[in-house]
Design a protein around this ligand. Structure first.
Ligand SMILES: [Zn+2]
Length: 234
């Protein structure tokens, strides 16, 4: 039996900006927390730019990295780790067709990526994010298998849409962040740090200031963070 998932209310559609609005009563005793998450790295230039900005603002974030991207970019991965950010696993291939052809393949890709991250940083990550999100892929049996391999699943409740639309302007990305931030005390914001996400790096200072002004505290997802996944739809 898995633990009660306090985010797990409902979701609308894949890549929707606001996936769900958690029950506010659950959070009465919670602080306002925002988890900035960056998928698909490490990548040349953009991942470093994002790290520079996070350093300037003294904000820690979570990077869900792709195993095959680590080759020749070990120094970027190491920088993520050394600067106090959290590292999550985002598959080895990021190839949906292959990855979602069998649960064992998915698990093996996460294990391979976990080992790759460990070989570079010495850190063993237990947090994973499904490429494209867990919807249509996750059910209670699969979740149990993931737990048996010490993995915990994290989707998001805000998406900047910069994965599907990396060419959105910084202003457009900021508008999306503003339009989909509801009165939720806990936000998991999906962004990307791939080579094509220049505009995400450009808008990041404004995103950070926006959440700071709203009174949010920045946190990283780590082994102690309660799981957050979309309602099963499989
Ligand atoms: Zn991805």
């Amino acid at each position: 039996m898995f633990s009660y998932n306090f985010f797990n209310t409902n979701y609308s559609i894949a890549n929707s900006n606001v996936i769900n609005t958690p029950n506010i009563n659950v959070y009465l005793n919670h602080k306002k927390l925002v988890y900035l998450t960056f998928d698909d790295g490490p990548a040349y230039i953009v991942t470093d730019e994002i790290l520079n900005i996070l350093k300037n603002y003294n904000v820690k974030a979570t990077f869900f990295v792709v195993g095959k991207e680590i080759q020749n970019k070990e120094n970027i991965l190491l920088r993520i780790y050394k600067e106090g950010h959290s590292i999550g696993l985002h598959s080895y291939s990021h190839d949906y067709k292959k990855l979602y052809s069998a649960e064992e393949i998915f698990i093996n890709e996460m294990i391979t990526t976990r080992e790759k991250v460990k070989s570079v940083t010495g850190y063993t990550s237990t947090i994973i994010r499904f490429p494209g999100g867990s919807m249509r892929h996750l059910d209670s049996d699969f979740l149990e298998k993931l737990h048996n391999n010490s993995f915990k699943v994290y989707d998001w409740n805000i998406s900047l849409s910069d994965g599907t639309y990396p060419n959105l302007s910084p202003d457009e990305l900021l508008s999306i962040a503003k339009s989909c931030t509801r009165a939720s005390p806990i936000l998991i914001v999906l962004m990307h740090c791939n080579f094509c996400n220049e505009n995400t790096a450009k808008v990041l200072p404004s995103i950070i200031k926006y959440y700071k002004n709203l009174g949010y505290e920045f946190k990283t997802i780590n082994n102690d963070t309660e799981e957050y996944y979309f309602t099963f739809s499989k």
